[in-house]
Design a protein around this ligand. Sequence first.
Ligand code: SAM
Length: 291
Amino acid sequence: MTLKKNTDREKTLERREYHTSSNGLFFEVKNRLFKQESLYQRIEVFENEHFGRVLLLDDLVQTTEKDEFFYHEMLVHPAFLVLPSAHHLLVIGGGDGGALKEILRYPVESVCLVEIDPLVIEVSQEYFPWLSACLKDRRTELVISDGREFIQKTNRKFDIICIDSSDPVGPSAWLHEKDFFSRLKECLCDEGIIVAQAGSPFYRMDLIKKKNDFLKSLFKIVSFYMSPVPTYPGGSWAFVYLSDRVQPLKIKGSPPAGLRYFNPDIHRAAFSLPEFFKNKLDESGHDKARM
Ligand code: SAM
């Protein structure tokens, strides 16, 4: 598979991500670096004056040079703050390497990263080397597979499992379903934690509510938390923390040095949800009207 480079300066080219039919986010493209259809999705990389390099999958922002740390630090560090002794980890998705980079700040023994699309890894190694270098770390086991098939076949158990999937469309759709989380639980150690990206609290509380309802039937502890992510729809993102034994606010560890967003105060604040979020989760079937 060869990488085709296209470096023409196309002055006024603009990339737009629609969050609804009438609004969204735009980027002026300073340099178009890569665009190709893989077996699973359209992969695109361009340069923007403010956000630097931007990775799109199927026209949706996955990560940008300027704000990736918000998302990756908030996906990874909350679990380590309450389970600092974690040794063996599983990441499903995450082919850009951002979550792995945060995980390898800790003295873990092994991280198994299961990514469906090898072209995402190649593109990240070419255009996001500061994120993807850790894919070559001796503690990293890279598995090119559908996360669904991997968890159905494996009999391994993990201390922390991070679901760094894309949106619930295309190859990633199944990674947001009950069956996936039910099978995933069998890959978790008794004292284990699962963290997963859970979508836009501003635009998709309906999906977060649906997830909350089925996750509560699978796990004793289901806690959503939030973080700003400037280039994600609505500028903020939800994550979900799942465990049967480890409480999310029982801090036992301390974050590594060099982080740019996460700290123990942010951790506590992130699990304090706004009223609209709590109301939606508490909503029973009949009062559908609210956000
Ligand atoms: N932070 C991003 C977000 O929240 O939208 C996710 C970034 S990461 C690049 C998403 C990765 O999940 C992509 O590389 C994609 O190829 C991978 N992926 C999608 N479906 C998958 C599946 N079924 N199994 C494994 N990896 C999958």
